[in-house]
Write a protein that binds this ligand. Structure first.
Ligand code: SAM
Length: 309
């Protein structure tokens, strides 16, 4: 029997009342009762109508962007002709309503997705030049910057550092090397790094198939994100947005628990750290935490404002 969308909050509450060891199986059972995945053209891009654009309208995502705008606006005011590097720009949501018509400056978007700068371009006034480095940040030469924004992106880079990656057979730079490159890019201008990530450990220290990995993924994707999204759904009267949010809940939240928990290191694409691990890594990259805090009341996403240590 397919589950009506109005019953989702109740179904989630029942699931989360179970012993934690039983919750991954209950996630699979709930998924089987949800509307099946359609062939969704909105699932693969960032533009209007995409699932990603619907994600940016959730309470959890809005908290991230609002917190970043609150830090960036005074920083840009103090630096006319600013240069900001937006790493993993995505739909460009951060920039919606942030800049004024008379702002002058430059935004360098680093994002391997071919549309990675389209949303940013749409959102900024003509006096702000947008350039796109269409490459993973690990391969990009970063220019000197007044600010680097790296929002919900660094979890795509597996491993705390290159050594942690090498230990599981992955070549190349890990998170610490990327943070060190950010440090180098903000040093000349005395700039800041804005980092946003979920507070949950699911990095390479947890091997594919480890039951603890499924539990940690469930912690962020279900115990925090799905529950907050169910609350959003309860208040949403737009049928089209509801359909996209339900697809997100099914495909990005519940399904992610099983998929990511079983995927090989090379296939998994979420490698989060908890707040304490981030703080350790930030210090090891030579950066100093000037401010930090959760940006939603589900204690899912954490914002770190960083300067040169
Ligand atoms: C979850 S989205 C976040 C978008 C946006 N920053 C936000 O906060 O809404 C992740 C973005 O990071 C990009 N991305 C993934 N791997 C990356 C990498 N290695 N270097 C730079 N960007 C990457 C994706 O293409 C996508 O645009």
């Amino acid at each position: 029997m397919t589950l009506p969308s109005d019953d989702l909050a109740g179904a989630l509450a029942a699931l989360l009342a179970l012993p934690r060891a039983d919750q991954p199986e209950a996630v699979r059972a709930l998924l089987a009762r949800m509307p099946p995945a359609a062939d969704e053209p909105w699932n693969s891009a960032f533009g209007p109508g995409s699932l990603y654009e619907a994600f940016t309208q959730t309470t959890a995502a809005r908290g991230v962007h609002a917190a970043n705008r609150a830090v960036l606006r005074p920083l840009l005011d103090a630096r006319p002709g600013f240069r900001v590097v937006d790493v993993g720009g995505g739909a460009g949501t951060l920039w919606n309503g942030l800049l004024r018509a008379d702002d002058r400056g430059e935004i360098v978007v680093v994002d391997p997705h071919p549309d990675g700068a389209t949303g940013v371009r749409r959102a900024v006034p003509p006096g702000v030049r947008v350039t796109h480095i269409a490459a993973p940040v690990q391969q990009a030469a970063l220019p000197d910057a007044d600010a680097i924004v790296c929002s919900l992106m660094l979890h795509h880079v597996a491993g705390a550092d290159a050594a942690a990656r090498a230990a599981v057979g992955l070549p190349g730079a890990g998170k610490r090397e990327v943070l060190a490159a950010f440090r180098a890019a903000i040093t000349a201008r005395g700039g800041r790094v804005l980092l946003n990530e979920a507070d949950v450990y699911c990095d390479v220290g947890l091997a594919p198939g480890d039951p603890l990995l499924a539990d940690r993924l469930l912690d962020s994707y279900v115990r925090r994100f799905a529950v907050s999204l169910a609350r959003d759904l309860h208040g949403c009267v737009d049928p089209e947005l509801r359909a996209r949010w339900i697809a997100i809940l099914r495909d990005w939240s519940l399904a992610q628990v099983g998929l990511a928990a079983g995927a090989s290191y090379a296939e998994r694409d979420v490698y989060e750290l908890d707040v304490v691990s981030w703080l350790d890594l930030i210090a090891r990259a030579g950066l100093r935490v000037e401010a930090r805090g959760f940006t939603d009341r589900w204690l899912l996403f954490h914002q770190y404002v960083l300067g040169v240590g």
